[in-house]
Design a protein. Structure first.
Length: 732
């Protein structure tokens, strides 16, 4: 069933139980803002004109009260939908974590995921109104997602919420997400997305309320801002969230360059801006840039921050008007932006007039949504290593051992900012379901960071001696990395990591498992890059499975036993160790990410193996003089014996400036090819792809020799020699 068709079919459902959408849905219109024949702008202006100053200010905090005399219902702006509707009291479909979805390199999949999530969000909103939850948190339709910060350092605990380290991949995945979430209706929003955290925000978590970042203009425009520009200018995202930190000494929510010059003036953003929660209080509590709440609130408002997620600062706006720090007309500017979003969501129109007004409860955890969660989990899995064709494992084995801290850990599958599904399939359960007639031995053996279970490794090895294969499911967990957490295990602090090495206790266990002489497969769960120097040298098969959502166990079992051919790609660089990383506090991009890292990674950005093989040929670079673009064509062939999906990556390299990246991703596409099948693919490189930006955001067109590569990975000596990538140059 096509989602667009299904949306409008819901209009035929009986609407009686949904009349709680507004308190005036069936009443005769008393005011122009209730007249649906008028345009939204006229209606918004009329509504705002009827509010007192105190009522206006109360509507500019995330939790807004009802205004009964006008029939305006209570509403809470705060909701989350990072990978499925989060924190809701209802059961929902949980998709793979954002970093895992980035590993799919599939914009179509993430767009559909966002559509499905928004449909579940509509069903939740409708049910919440029916259940008397009007104005409660986590049931609204303004979602503070996606997180499009650049995952510049693997130690950042919230990097799992992002789409990785590359600005282009982040922009394309974020754009697809916004398009899916906000829907296709020309008048009404399916839901409202919000790009966060604007801008230059990626840890450390314990210092996020007070630190100041001063990146170079080059890094700002070439790394930290491109995804935000794409979502604002191209995707027409409804909202933006300003970050906790300061930017060049001004708190982000009161930043002259970020908020006034770039967002509102250059990019002409007309949507709403919300603060991160408590960020305006940080002005006077931690940044010490303002003496009190009144001055902080006035400054944030003047810089275009419309919603205060908090319960202190914006309460002082009434006094700020009386003290002439701001005018009531300036309050009106923000308030009109906020009510425009609520009107576009259909909150002030009859249910029958809104195409999404009657989305039923049956959308929650629908079969299509659960199937798509499984699909994306499979697409996200990255086969890092597979020596001697260890994988796929045979289904005809007699006994298999499944061990490790994540083997039966449902929490690890859900990531953070997650909802709760009715059913979660762990790796242990997935393997049992796959092999109902095979003996499956299970033992947790260790925790993630310590041997608190006091397992005797030699005794364990003896117990496993008659197993045909051993699957160790380890890595880390959202119990260790995430937002401002109280975690102080070895290698972790405050939600971040102090070391990117696999916890030592897991390496000790893997050494014992390898000593059994049995085939060992390491299934690694993580939201960030983990350094595995010993494992990558000694364990024959390593699978990176991220935090794969409710069906992760099924997806992993399908990959391990060959029912799905892995095709995911790394959206981040996997370094060899801590020695490869600059200071966590340093926001300069020098020697960070694949674009600037001068060392040799353990596994490169874009890396991912398959059970089949692909070869590239016939690379053509065709200038289009009339449009100043270049058409890039290449042929890719599945030269193996299995059908499979391939992620085609296009990189461009040019050095107009000494600061320019070694190479940058400028195109990608996921295709499916049967064994022996070939396809010709094409990309168009335009102005954005054939230039970098100067220190003020202006274009620096590429000149001279420009390298273009197309392949299933980054170009390198081995990949070019083996035709896993092809490369050619063009003079611009």
């Amino acid at each position: 069933m096509m989602i667009q068709h299904s949306l409008y079919s819901f209009r035929n459902i009986a609407t009686g139980i949904f009349l709680l959408f507004t308190t005036f849905a069936t009443a005769q219109s008393r005011f122009p803002f209730q007249d649906t024949s008028l345009g939204f702008e006229q209606r918004v202006n009329d509504l705002v004109s009827r509010l007192t100053l105190e009522e206006k200010v109360a509507q500019m905090q995330n939790t807004t009260p009802a205004i009964e005399r006008l029939g305006i219902p209570a509403y809470d702006w705060w909701n989350e939908v990072l990978h499925g509707v989060a924190r809701t009291p209802y059961k929902v479909t949980v998709f793979p974590q954002a970093i895992a979805m980035a590993a799919t390199f599939d914009t179509s999949s993430i767009r559909l995921m966002a559509e499905y999530s928004a449909m579940e969000g509509r069903a939740i909103y409708n049910k919440a109104m029916k259940d008397g939850r009007q104005g409660k948190r986590y049931v609204g339709l303004t979602y503070w997602t996606p997180n499009i910060n650049i995952f510049r350092d693997p130690r950042w605990g919230r990097g799992q919420e992002t789409y990785g380290e590359d600005p282009f991949l982040t922009a394309m995945m974020g754009k697809a997400f916004v398009h899916g979430l906000q829907g296709r209706d020309p008048k009404y929003l399916l839901a409202a997305a919000c790009a966060k955290h604007y801008a230059v925000h990626s840890g450390p978590e314990p210092a996020r309320h007070a630190f100041n970042v001063s990146p170079s203009g080059y890094d700002l425009w070439n790394t930290y801002l491109p995804a935000f520009k794409t979502l604002v200018a191209d995707a027409k995202v409804a909202g933006v969230m300003c970050a906790y930190n300061a930017f060049r000494t001004q708190p982000c929510c009161g930043s002259d360059p970020l908020m006034t010059d770039i967002l509102r003036n250059r990019w002409q953003f007309t949507g709403y801006v919300t603060s991160d929660c408590g960020a305006i209080d940080d002005f006077f509590n931690f940044h010490k840039t303002h003496p009190n709440a009144e001055s902080a609130a006035a400054d944030a408002l003047l810089h275009g921050t419309d919603v205060d997620c908090g319960n202190v600062a914006y309460k002082r706006l009434v006094q700020a008007v009386k003290d002439k720090l701001i005018t009531e007309q300036q309050v009106d500017v923000s308030l009109k932006r906020l009510f425009m979003i609520r009107f576009r969501l259909g909150f002030f129109d009859p249910v029958s007039a809104v195409p999404y007004g009657n989305v039923p409860e049956s959308e929650l955890e629908s079969p299509e949504h659960k199937a798509h969660s499984l699909k994306m989990a499979q697409q996200s899995i990255v086969l890092l290593k597979n020596d001697r064709h260890t994988l796929p494992l045979s289904k005809n084995i007699r006994k298999i051992a499944v061990v490790g801290p994540n083997a039966d850990n449902a929490v690890a599958l859900l990531g953070n900012y997650n909802g709760t599904p009715s059913e979660i399939v762990t790796v242990l359960q997935g393997i049992k379901n796959k092999l109902p007639h095979v003996e499956v031995m299970y033992q947790k053996v260790i925790d993630h960071t310590d041997d608190s279970l006091q397992t005797d490794m030699n005794t364990l090895a003896t117990k496993l001696k008659d197993a045909d294969a051993i699957v160790f499911v380890g890595g880390i967990s959202p119990q260790l990395e995430g937002e401002e957490m109280r975690v102080n295990h070895a290698g972790f602090k405050g939600g971040d990591r102090t070391s990117i090495l696999l916890p030592a206790v897991q390496t000790r266990l893997l050494k014992a498992l390898k000593a059994t002489g049995k085939p060992v497969v390491f299934v690694m769960m993580t939201g960030s890059a983990i350094a595995t120097p010993w494992e990558s040298e000694n364990i024959p098969a390593i699978v990176n499975a991220w935090y794969g959502g409710q069906s992760a166990g099924t997806a992993i079992a399908n990959v391990l036993f060959g029912d799905y051919n892995p095709s995911g790609r790394l959206p981040v660089t996997f370094y060899k160790g801590d020695q490869d990383l600059p200071s966590f506090d340093d926001y300069a991009m020098t020697n960070r990410t694949y674009r600037y890292f001068k060392g040799k990674p353990l596994y490169a950005f874009g890396h991912g193996l398959s059970y089949t093989s692909f070869r590239y040929s016939n690379l053509q670079l065709i200038p289009n003089k009339n449009s100043s673009t270049i058409t890039v064509r290449a042929t890719v062939k599945n030269t193996g014996s299995r059908d499979g999906e391939e992620v085609i990556e296009l990189y461009v390299s040019n050095h107009v400036s000494k600061e320019d990246a070694i190479r940058s991703l400028k195109g990608f596409r996921r295709i499916s090819l049967k064994a022996g099948e070939s396809a010709t693919i094409s990309f168009t490189l335009g102005k954005d792809e054939l230039s970098s930006r100067d220190n003020n955001g202006g274009y620096l067109p590429f000149k001279g020799n420009t390298l273009v590569s197309v392949g299933g990975c980054q170009p390198g000596e081995n990949s070019l020699k083996n035709k896993q990538a092809v490369q050619a140059s063009i003079h611009l």
